[in-house]
Design a protein around this ligand. Sequence first.
Ligand SMILES: *[C@@H]1O[C@H](CO)[C@@H](O)[C@H](O)[C@H]1NC(C)=O
Ligand SMILES: *[C@@H]1O[C@H](CO)[C@@H](O)[C@H](O)[C@H]1NC(C)=O
Length: 276
Amino acid sequence: MWRITCQPRKLQTLLSLLCLIIVMGFFTRSFFPSFEVTSYPYSRPSLGPIALLSAISSLKGKYDLEVLKLSLSNKIAYSKHHNYDFFVCNCTVDENWHAMWGKVLALEAILAKGYRWVIFLDLDLLITNFDTRLEEFFLEESFDIIIGVDCNGINDGVVMFRGTESNIQLLRSLWTFTEYSNEYYHEQTALWRTISRNRTIAKRTLLIPPGILQSYQDDSCGSKFGGEDFIIHFPGDFTSRKLANEMKKYMNFATFKDTIEIPKIEGKGCNCKLQE
Ligand SMILES: *[C@@H]1O[C@H](CO)[C@@H](O)[C@H](O)[C@H]1NC(C)=O
Ligand SMILES: *[C@@H]1O[C@H](CO)[C@@H](O)[C@H](O)[C@H]1NC(C)=O
């Protein structure tokens, strides 16, 4: 259990909002009875219990190969360290939808494989503390969705979904938010609206304070990175060159992998490749 200390500093409104969200998250967590999901709808027990994935866009990929290699090497190394499966998905979304929506397709594709938990990681973040195990976050089986909060509500740069049929249904329902097909923050706003407007989903969601699941380079929208933090995320509009340079400051080059197996994709959807 994490302790919450809310200390409004100069960015008062922002922090008050953050505090409110966090307090609400913890209130939800302790107030509602735990929610048992008894049915496990898939029959692929041979798969590892935990899968991680990242997705790239087949058409409008924002980042060059250098960023992809830095980012994916790091995630592959972390996954191997803990014996998690790691998938790289190459996704094509319908032309009316922003490439970010590929995340929803990719998550659904991996959830359908029958993992117990599926964790999505954005390309513009690095795992900086390899000692942190993902199981730490979902030991409490009462939650089905785990996500960090920042000044925009949630930040789905890191998001964990338990392998349940209701989570697959939830992901599918996000496509009804056509107003965010090309508007910020795309699938993230759709997800946040879904969580915050539905008590059943809200009480199955664990909201995690800034700095625990992911940290940023400064305090303006979340928590500034401290040396032991789990993940450094670089949200915002970085060019590939700038992002690669920033990443290298935090990257352990022992983890660098020169060849990454990125699948091709024909037609719509995601092609996801398990990394060996
Ligand atoms: C809330 O979510 C649950 C579970 O996904 C769903 O069955 C229910 O219809 C939703 N309620 C509303 C009001 O949308
Ligand atoms: C993703 O798939 C597309 C379509 O097959 C392909 O052209 C592209 O090179 C792939 N992306 C990467 C980074 O390999």
